[in-house]
Design a protein around this ligand. Structure first.
Ligand code: SF4
Ligand code: SF4
Length: 424
């Protein structure tokens, strides 16, 4: 939807500020009660979902313009969607996240992208990755030495899609390689897209580059369809969200699973048995794009109407993405199935998780803001007394590893698969 189409929502925002905190009945301490990294870091209303509705309205009405401060405020949103989940506690069906993205898209369309975004988008166009400096010719190095099907040349049921971070980041490449080997050893009919493997471009959408996103999404969908696979498995939560929620809007009709869902099924079916003890106290970080933004797309066609010329509603009832149906139980079940692992929870979990700071391209365009956001989460993880923070997303993992290094925190950051490998 274009920004103009959100007019009614801008007017319906009640200024309750519910988008700045987790719901009151979930708050355990004042220290970890906030939910929006942008308003918490900048401490200025324009940086909240509420402020963004007001900002958009004044821009559309011609009462303000794209000044440098306005452009910064628009783009320094991690697209974490926390405002979206908490707003739905107080309002029936406003869509603050989609609105934030439409506001970013409007800025980009009018020529107000951030200068830091240019190399990222150039890289997507030229090398099919949003990691500037990385070459397409090196994309498959992570899989070297693994005997796996190339799905562009032979048929397979499952496609393993690692995503850019796991394909290029030296510290993270082993996660992709180990996950793929684990799937092969468990008997999955799995392959990779070989030279046709490209970025999912979910970040382009998160940064407001709608046309680039759509072009790349359609190119990927062509690859997926041509391969004939029936399931795509990814260890990256960003790719998961892109395929499951966003590509589905464009017509993708292939089952999408995050690696944790696939592993959970293997464990339930006893194809993967956890036999070794891993004596460790851990806390689990819910990645935004796997958790509250991991809900499947529900097609809807209908229209808005007013009751008694006052109450806005939709006919038929619109799907309500409040984050409750995201992927939360599978990773926790896996952790609890590992002998010796004790899971202790942070205060903000499931749909009210705190963002790692990397979303919306912020780790690349505003590392200081991203790092502050990640450090907030590490402080929360440390408060549980856990020895390790476990996650299931390369962006989260990298954010926490970098932030950990900066502040000298002692908590380890590990991908769930690393613990599974120790246990089998
Ligand atoms: S998407 Fe996240 S960072 Fe952006 S306004 Fe909402 S809560 Fe804040
Ligand atoms: S919670 Fe929703 S209705 Fe309340 S101020 Fe935030 S965006 Fe507006």
């Amino acid at each position: 939807m274009a920004l103009e189409d959100y007019r009614a929502m801008m007017e319906r925002c009640s200024n309750c500020s519910g988008c700045k905190w987790i719901p009151f009945d979930k708050i355990k301490s004042q220290r970890f009660s906030e939910n929006c990294p942008s308003i918490s870091y900048y401490n200025f209303n324009t940086h909240s979902a509420r402020g963004r509705f007001q900002l958009a309205q004044t821009l559309l009405d011609g009462d303000c313009e794209f000044s440098p401060d306005v452009v910064e405020a628009i783009h320094n949103c991690t697209a974490c969607g926390s405002c979206d989940s908490t707003c739905k506690i107080t309002r029936y069906n406003l869509e603050p996240l989609d609105h934030n993205l439409a506001l970013k898209a409007k800025a980009v369309e009018e020529g107000y992208a951030l200068p830091e975004q240019k190399p990222i988008m150039d890289s997507l166009q030229q090398e099919k990755t949003m990691l500037p400096g990385e070459l397409r010719s090196n994309r498959l190095h992570w899989a070297s030495g693994i005997d796996v099907k190339d799905l562009m040349k032979e048929k397979g049921e499952v496609a393993f899609y690692p995503g850019c971070k796991y394909s290029y980041n030296e510290k993270l490449k082993p996660v992709a390689a180990n996950a793929l080997k684990l799937l092969i050893n468990a008997g999955a009919d799995v392959g990779i897209f070989g030279s046709a493997d490209m970025c999912c471009a979910g970040r382009a959408l998160q940064m407001g580059f709608e046309n680039d996103y759509e072009q790349q999404a359609k190119a990927n969908m062509e690859v997926f369809t041509k391969s004939g696979v029936s399931v795509i498995v990814t260890p990256c939560s960003d790719c998961y969200h892109a395929f499951k929620r966003q590509y589905a809007k464009l017509g993708l009709d292939i089952k999408v699973m995050h690696l944790v869902e696939y592993l959970d099924e293997l464990i339930q079916d006893e194809k993967l048995v956890m036999k070794n003890r891993v004596p460790m106290t851990v806390t689990y970080h819910d990645p935004c794009h796997l958790g509250r933004l991991g809900e499947a797309y529900v097609p809807w066609e209908g229209k808005e109407k007013k009751i008694l010329n006052q109450v806005h509603t939709w006919e038929p009832r619109r799907p309500r993405y409040n984050g409750a149906d995201g992927i939360y139980d599978a990773p926790r079940r896996i952790l609890q199935s590992i002998p010796g692992v004790e899971l202790v929870e942070m205060e903000r979990i499931r749909e009210y998780t705190w963002c790692c700071g990397a979303g919306g391209g912020c780790s690349q365009t505003n590392p200081e803001f991203a790092s502050w956001t990640a450090n907030e989460r590490i402080t929360e993880a440390n408060a549980t007394g856990a020895e390790a923070m476990v996650t299931a997303c390369p962006w989260c993992e990298e954010s926490f590893m970098n932030a950990k290094d900066e502040d000298g925190n002692t908590i380890q950051v590990v991908h769930l698969i690393d613990l599974v490998l120790q246990a089998i």
